[in-house]
Design a binder for this molecule. Structure first.
Ligand code: FES
Length: 234
């Protein structure tokens, strides 16, 4: 059982929770999280905002009963983290990478961008982030060694630049990711999308999170949440 170190409202309905359990995850993976006993029955899948050896942080939005309960956690409260689960974003070297995130879909891009820079100083990272309203999460992204474009209101896809990126990573509403895929599919080698589905078990057993792909049905919690865009938007 982990302990909550911090759980702060960041604006735009988002909270940042820092816990005292760290290590073992890859950027783009998630944990099944719960801070309650019996009800709601299911834990909530929450993507990792950041992890080091001592801590794991989650940027999440309150969307229902489970996340509402998470938002009420105080420092010192226990929280159950099952995971890390899933397949995250590819870690590469010597590449120009664009990342496009919408709303709470920006969450997994923070650590992914940081890890890519730490892995190889030659990786160039450009972040395009879109939020409905001003918020403090945006300030966290300003600390990254990346070219940062933030759009408040409107569509983040309206601000994309047609640079020649090697790879594009995106997370957010499916319609946004489809637009990102269509915008870059001709000019970059691969677009990777992080899918969001309702999850029950989180470990590939219940098939409740199946996603239709060009290569057959895949489990978002196991083969995903990150998939090649050409496999999902075919
Ligand atoms: Fe059960 Fe993915 S949530 S298989």
């Amino acid at each position: 059982m982990a302990l909550v170190l911090k759980n702060e409202e960041m604006g735009a309905g988002m909270f940042l929770m820092v816990t005292d359990q760290g290590g073992g995850a890859q950027p783009g993976q998630f944990y099944m999280v719960r801070s309650w006993d019996k009800y709601p029955l299911l834990s909530r899948p929450v993507s990792i905002f950041h992890q080091d050896e001592e801590t794991t942080s989650f940027l999440y939005r309150v969307v229902g009963e489970g996340t509402e309960l998470l938002s009420r956690c105080k420092p010192g409260d226990p929280v159950d983290l099952q995971g890390p689960y899933g397949t995250g974003f590819p870690m590469v070297t010597g590449k120009r990478i664009a990342m496009v995130g919408g709303g709470i879909g920006t969450a997994p891009l923070y650590w992914t961008a940081q890890a890519l820079k730490e892995l190889d100083g030659d990786n160039e990272v450009t972040l395009y982030l879109g939020f409905d309203e001003e918020n403090q999460a945006t300030d966290l992204f300003k600390n990254l060694d990346a070219d940062l474009h933030v759009q408040i209101g409107g569509y983040v896809t309206d601000g994309l630049e047609s640079e020649e990126y090697d790879l594009v990573y995106t997370c957010g509403p499916e319609i946004m990711m489809k637009k990102v895929y269509e915008f870059y599919r001709e000019t970059c080698k691969d677009v990777y999308v992080s899918m969001e589905k309702r999850m029950a078990c989180g470990v590939g057993a219940c098939l409740g999170c199946t996603c239709e792909t060009k290569d057959g049905n895949k489990r978002t919690c196991k083969e995903g949440p990150v998939f090649p865009g050409r496999s999902v938007f075919y």
